[in-house]
Design a protein around this ligand. Structure first.
Ligand code: AMP
Length: 214
């Protein structure tokens, strides 16, 4: 299964993509995670992306398409993949279509998680991430057992720098302007499905599963 999980920042794409990965045995490919990892390791890619990310802007399309092309060529994508946080612009969607055409493996489905803005802002302001292992928490709905500490590895929990309210507003604005237009692109191709993204993780995953299997 070749799938895109689509939706605004804070819609739960990362959390749900992990569930899809576990359930269907296909790798989750998150461009945001790849960029954050590159920054942590101080690679050239990480340095190129850092400023854009901190301002809540999109990293240029050619950089993103280069890293996705490389990732999709790896053997673990043979039986499919779930893309999360990509594509985010029309140029990226067209680029992806070209890459997959060359591979003879078109997308099966784009599942969009629909979540209203007020829920997004609430979710992102309560999101915390373990600085050591990357596990995500939500201080209201999925809190750690001990304050500020990761249940899995004992690492310190921190707020992502782009989850601050000013940056969240900019990320939402960019989403509306650059990313939302992809709805028409995928509707035209007959592979677009919308799923209600409000609810707990199991509930939303149940809806995604139904959309994929139905
Ligand atoms: P995310 O974790 O998906 O919210 O991504 C965090 C940040 O990484 C975004 O705000 C962008 O700056 C950058 N980024 C991630 N994926 C993309 C993409 N497909 N296109 C451009 N920038 C991206």
């Amino acid at each position: 299964m070749r799938l895109v999980l689509f939706g605004p920042p804070g819609a739960g794409k990362g959390t749900q993509a992990k569930r899809v990965q576990e359930t269907f045995g296909i790798p989750q490919i998150s461009t945001g995670d790849i960029l954050r990892e590159a920054r942590k390791r101080g690679t050239e890619l990480g340095c190129q992306a850092a400023g854009y990310m901190d301002r809540g802007e999109l990293v240029p399309d050619d950089i993103i398409l280069g890293l996705v092309r490389e990732r999709l060529s790896r053997p673990d994508c043979g039986d499919g993949f779930v893309l999360d946080g990509f594509p985010r612009t029309l140029v990226q969607a067209e680029g992806l279509e070209g890459i997959l055409r060359e591979m003879g493996k078109p997308l099966d489905r784009v599942v969009c998680l629909v979540v209203p803005d007020d829920v997004i802002v609430r979710r992102l302001s309560a999101r915390r991430v373990c600085e050591r292992c990357g596990r995500e928490y939500n201080l209201r709905t999925r809190p750690p057992k001990r304050d500020e500490t990761c249940d899995l590895c004992g690492g310190r929990l921190v707020q992502r720098s782009d989850d601050r309210p000013e940056t969240v507003r900019e990320r939402l604005r960019v989403y509306r302007e650059k990313t939302e237009p992809l709805r028409a692109f995928y509707l035209e191709r007959g592979i677009w499905t919308e799923v209600d993204g409000v609810g707990d993780v199991d509930e939303v995953f149940g809806r995604i599963r139904k959309a994929l299997e139905g």
